[in-house]
Every structure is written in structure tokens, then in C-alpha cells.
Design a protein around this ligand. Structure first.
Ligand SMILES: Cc1ncc(COP(=O)(O)O)c(C=O)c1O
Length: 383
């Protein structure tokens, strides 16, 4: 049987990983500035995280959500502490799309309304409502098309206020990434997020902060939305939450009330996933990784801005995007194929850096050296 061919693959088989390094099946080492697509928060195969999962595996891997699971409560407390969202409630699921799907559904249940405001270039996942709220018609199947989503330009306060002025009573939720990832690292401005808070309060709509990629410390704060100094009503999370163990969740403000049967999942919140997520938080706290993300991110962004050939640098913490000048568009391929460095991309020409939050300055220096060498390689090839 063949694999369903939906991913354009790099012809590299990665079989081993540690910290910010991965190795292929031939033993070749790579520097991972991509973090497996922003998933690796505390570093690959972190020993404390491995032991946390291993220990849990010997106790119990799974039981259904029909019984009390103390480890879920332990995780809720740990997330309350690290996020600072003290009285928020936790619903656990398995992925980012599922987190957003539940967030949107919950907002509709809570308000009794159907309309959702999302933003141009947004990405919220591939399940039915999450993909409908994603601004990419090529991944929306006909059955997922709906008139319930209104797309507005990101950071356009006038358009947002005008939309609420005409349709505010119908709006269930506004869903927004604090920093758009798939779009190529575009930040929502503080003033824009503050306006979302204001209009949601005025019209009784729910502010959903999609923090699947920009959350969990990646931006240098626990949620990138925190820079704006206002709370959302629901935060969706996934990627960095399990450091590669599949887990997602939504944090729900205290005024949104649960009802039996409103949301549910078989695997969400299973003990093994909770153990992985607790392992992540424990390492993040012990190694002060949110601060490290801020520190190393600043260092890396400043260094990138100083490199000749780099056109624009955007982002916060360790969620960084940059574009190259004409003639250097193949840099990402050269970094991987000639200098063994993984980076991410966003079409058409953005290179994305999403490394582990535990990355060291010396690994960043190695990456910067790789950048210089790759640029020189391309210049020589072009001349
Ligand atoms: C902002 C954002 N939301 C949602 C998702 C979907 O997450 P998942 O692939 O875990 O379903 C992603 C994935 O890239 C994302 O970047």
C-alpha cells in the first residue's frame, strides 16, 4: 500500500533527534531551525519529557473521559500558572484544527449566533469550520463552504468597526492569530487586538485567540496576544504544547459556561498526552524558556537585519520570517541541501524560523554562519 501523496517531500529521511539537531538515516546531522513546524518547544527528545511519558506509560496510557483523571487537573493548574490566565477553564483535544473547531463551536453555542469574522491570509486548520475560516480557497472542499465566515483585512480597525456596526448582533466570534504563521509571519497590531476586545465586549461576541503556532512561549510571552495587554475569551493551543506528542486545547474564560455534552472527544486529555504536556511546562519553567525565546529571538532578528541580502525581517521571539533580495530566492534550498540546515517557508518567498525555545546562542551563531556561507554560495553561482 502506498502513502496518500499529499505532502511535497524533501528527499530526506529523519530518524533521530536531540535538542536542536536531527539526523537522517545515513547519519547526516542537521541544525533544526524549523522545529518540525513550530512544534518543538523544549527541544527534541528532551530527557525529562521522555521520562515523563515513559513513567506514565507504565501507569496508564488511556482511559475514557467518563472518569476523573487527576493528571488533567494537574495540567489545568500548570497551564493556569504558566499562562497567567488564572480562572480560565481547560478543554483538552488532540490538534490545532480541533482546538479551533471547538473554540468556534463553543462561541456559537455561547452566543446563539452563526457569523464568524476571520482575517485575510489566516490559517486555522483543515477541519470543517476551521478550514472555512482559513483564507485559502484551494484547501476548502465544496462541503465546507459557508456564508457564515466574513473575511476582513488584518489590522484594519476601520473595516472591523464598520462590520460590527452593520452586523454586530449576528457575530458569534472573531478569530485571529496573534502572529499569522502560514501567511509568512504577519503580526496583529496591539491596537487591532485591543479593538477586537472592545467590539466583542460591546456586541457580546467571543474573541478567539488562535495561539496554535504563536502561543506556548514562542513569541517571548506565553501568548503572542498578551503583548496587546487584553485578554481573549478563548485561546486555542496545540503545536508546542506537547513538544511533538499530539495534544491541543482551548483555554476558556470564566464567563463562558460548560454544559454536559457541549464538547467532547475520545482521545483528548488522555493521560499520556497530559504527561507529555506537563513535561513540557516543567522544562519551560525550570529552564526559563519563554525568556530564552525573547532573548535569542532578539539576538537572531538583529543579526538577520545586519546580513547583506536579507530584505525584510518580521516577527517576535522565535517566530521569525524574512525575505531575500533578488537572486537569492533559492537560499532555503541551499541551506538545507548544501549546509544541512532546516528552515520553514511561506509562499511565495518567506523563510520562516521556528526553532526550539531552548535553542542556544551558539546554535544561532552556527545558523548565521550558514546564512553567510549560503549567500556566498548563491552569489558565486549567479556570477
Ligand atoms: C495558526 C494555526 N492554527 C491552526 C493550525 C492547525 O493545527 P493542526 O495542524 O495541529 O491541526 C495551524 C497549523 O499550522 C496554525 O498554524
Amino acid at each position: 500500500m502506498s502513502l496518500f501523496n499529499v505532502y511535497p517531500l524533501n528527499p530526506i529521511a529523519i530518524t533521530k533527534a536531540l535538542g536542536s539537531r536531527v539526523w537522517d538515516d545515513k547519519g547526516q546531522e542537521y541544525l533544526d531551525m524549523y522545529g518540525g513546524h513550530a512544534v518543538i518547544s523544549i527541544g527534541h527528545t528532551n530527557p525529562h519529557w521522555v521520562k515523563r511519558i515513559e513513567d506514565q506509560l507504565h501507569l496508564i496510557a488511556f482511559y475514557s473521559n467518563s472518569v476523573i483523571m487527576p493528571i488533567q487537573e494537574e495540567l489545568a493548574k500548570a497551564i493556569n500558572d504558566i499562562s497567567g490566565k488564572k480562572d480560565f477553564q481547560l478543554f483538552l483535544c488532540n490538534s490545532g484544527a480541533e482546538a479551533n473547531e471547538n473554540a468556534l463551536k463553543l462561541a456559537s453555542f455561547h452566543t446563539g449566533r452563526k457569523k464568524i469574522i476571520a482575517f485575510k491570509k489566516s490559517f486555522h486548520g483543515r477541519t470543517s469550520l476551521a478550514v472555512a475560516a482559513t483564507d485559502n480557497p484551494s484547501i476548502v472542499a465544496p462541503v465546507n463552504e459557508t456564508d457564515n465566515i466574513i473575511f476582513l483585512p488584518l489590522n484594519d480597525i476601520v473595516a472591523l468597526e464598520a462590520c460590527f456596526a452593520t452586523s454586530g448582533k449576528d457575530i458569534a466570534a472573531v478569530i485571529v492569530e496573534g502572529i499569522q504563521g502560514v501567511a509568512g509571519i504577519h503580526e496583529a497590531s496591539d491596537a487591532f487586538l485591543q479593538t477586537i476586545r472592545k467590539v466583542c465586549d460591546e456586541f457580546g461576541a467571543v474573541y478567539i485567540a488562535d495561539s496554535v503556532q504563536c502561543g506556548y512561549g514562542r513569541s517571548g510571552k506565553f501568548f503572542a496576544h498578551d503583548f496587546a495587554g487584553v485578554n481573549a475569551d478563548i485561546y486555542s493551543m496545540a503545536k508546542g504544547m506537547g513538544n511533538g506528542f499530539p495534544i491541543g486545547a482551548i483555554l476558556i474564560a470564566p464567563h463562558i459556561q460548560a454544559k454536559f455534552g457541549m464538547l467532547g472527544t475520545t482521545f483528548g486529555g488522555n493521560p499520556l498526552a497530559c504527561a507529555a504536556a506537563l513535561g513540557v511546562i516543567e522544562v519551560m519553567q525550570k529552564e526559563n524558556l519563554i525568556h530564552n525565546a525573547q532573548l535569542q529571538g532578539e539576538y537572531l532578528m538583529n543579526a538577520l537585519k545586519a546580513i547583506k541580502g536579507v530584505k525584510v525581517v518580521r516577527g517576535k521571539g522565535l517566530m521569525i520570517g524574512f525575505e531575500m533580495e533578488e537572486g537569492l530566492e533559492d537560499l532555503r534550498k541551499v541551506l538545507l541541501n548544501e549546509f544541512n540546515i532546516f528552515t520553514g517557508e511561506a509562499k511565495p518567498n518567506v523563510i520562516r524560523l521556528l526553532p526550539s525555545l531552548a535553542i542556544t546562542k551558539s546554535d544561532i551563531d552556527l545558523f548565521l554562519k550558514g546564512m553567510q556561507d549560503a549567500i556566498a554560495y548563491l552569489q558565486q553561482k549567479n556570477s
